[in-house]
Design a protein around this ligand. Structure first.
Ligand code: CAA
Length: 384
């Protein structure tokens, strides 16, 4: 591999690989059927420092770099994509947003338990009519004395039901476009915050995705993250980091599908020899290996730019675009190599294919990534 990992990064990768294959993998297929949220696994991941990897130890985290984080996330995704999406949202858009924008009191109260894995967090930006265009969101947070009163419905919220705290965006100045959006920290149990519809999804079935309904939900001003009008930028910068995570997740699932396809191709015999001896299969395997390697370099490179504090929005989008499209091709090819068996639930590739489908959609569709990339390349902003 071109990218040289440090001893510490390799150690973290090996440690997470062992944990993932021993603890996460054996129950992944069951969870896909039962949709059971694996709270016990997250508790163990918290103890290993995997729920706040990028947060300094002083705030309950692991103080790891982003390269180590993407290696770890890929290893978890290799075994169970549902577990990895919760890990991704928790580490990046929840914990990092609190670390970057939270006050000391907010960090002590929320970041410490989140980063140490004692509780799960959610980030609520999307709404029924505002997905790719979050500026058009309709939730409001109107000032009332020292409080804000939040009203609105958030949709497709990862860990909407299983989270204990939610970072939510809402309009504090509805006429001011993106500058009128603010972010708030709302603990579950706050009056007026209820979990709504729970989605029945094609994949990632052990990770809950729900509506969150805010109905006259009163929060004190001290629960605002950063200041009025900063909500959109908090979301955008959180999504930059989040997109590297989704790219890493894509890599993990692609590697799992690839390994399964190679194993099957060596074992399965047709026309008197194992199908891995047929050029049609060999060429597919070569193409898959090439695609995975290319995605790996993009993910590691974007992660390393973030670690070196170089602006990385474009590279995060490139990594996310390439890796998420790549994993959809790899999982489809893995099924093809398995033939009819790949279409059954007896083989994991069927689950990998379903899990991967959303990767080109959430945390910014492939179309949104192309907008971000072209805006950076052309250095002029073109609206969607
Ligand atoms: N970091 C910081 N600030 C940023 C930024 C970034 N990456 N990108 C934009 N901004 C700032 C801009 O500088 C600008 O600020 P100024 O006016 O002060 O200059 C402001 O934000 C507005 O920027 P744009 O005009 O570019 O914004 P836009 O309305 O045209 O939108 C977009 C740009 C890229 C299309 C954006 O809306 C976007 O990313 N949409 C997709 C949303 C998305 O990814 N949703 C996923 C939901 S979350 C999820 O899926 C999580 C989960 O649970 C798994």
């Amino acid at each position: 591999m071109l990218f040289k990992l440090t001893d510490e990064q390799l150690m973290i990768q090996n440690m997470v690989r062992e944990f993932s294959r021993k603890v996460v993998a054996p129950t992944a297929a069951d969870r896909d059927k039962t949709k059971e949220f694996p709270a016990d696994i997250f508790a163990q991941m918290g103890e290993l420092g995997l729920m706040g990897m990028l947060i300094p130890e002083a705030y309950g985290g692991e103080g790891a770099d982003t390269v180590s984080y993407v290696l770890a996330l890929s290893e978890i995704a290799y075994s169970c994509a549902s577990v990895s999406v919760v890990m991704s949202v928790q580490n990046s858009i929840v914990c990092e947003s609190l670390f970057k924008f939270g006050t000391e009191e907010q960090k002590q109260e929320y970041l410490v338990p989140l980063a140490s894995g004692e509780m799960i967090g959610a980030f609520a930006l999307t709404e029924p009519d505002a997905g790719s265009d979050p500026v058009s969101q309709e939730a409001t947070a109107l000032r009332d004395g020292d409080d804000y009163i939040i009203n609105g419905t958030k949709r497709f919220i990862t860990s909407g039901a299983n989270s204990k705290v939610v970072l939510v965006t809402a309009k504090t100045d509805p006429g001011a476009g993106h500058k009128g959006i603010s972010a708030f920290i709302v603990p579950k149990g706050t009056k007026g915050l209820v979990v709504g519809h729970v989605e029945d999804k094609m994949g990632l079935r052990a990770s809950d995705t729900t509506d969150l309904i805010f109905e006259d939900c009163r929060v004190p001003k001290s629960q605002m993250l950063s200041k009025e009008g900063d909500g959109f930028k908090i979301a955008m910068s959180g999504l930059d980091a989040g997109r590297i995570g989704i790219a890493a997740q894509s890599l993990g699932v692609a590697q799992a599908a690839f390994d399964a396809a190679v194993k099957y191709a060596k074992k399965r015999k047709q026309f008197g020899t194992s199908i891995s001896k047929h050029q049609g299969i060999r060429f597919q395997i070569a193409d898959m290996a090439t695609q995975i390697e290319a995605a790996k370099q993009l993910v590691l490179s974007a992660a390393s730019m973030k670690d070196r504090q170089i602006t990385y929005s474009k590279e995060a989008s490139i990594a996310k675009l390439f890796a998420s499209e790549m994993v959809n091709q790899i999982t489809a090819r893995a099924i093809q190599i398995h033939g009819g068996y790949g279409f059954t639930k007896d083989y994991d590739v069927e689950r990998f294919y379903r899990d991967a489908r959303v990767f080109t959609i959430y945390e910014g569709t492939s179309e949104i990534q192309r907008i971000v990339i072209s805006n950076h390349v052309l250095k002029d902003k073109r609206k969607p």
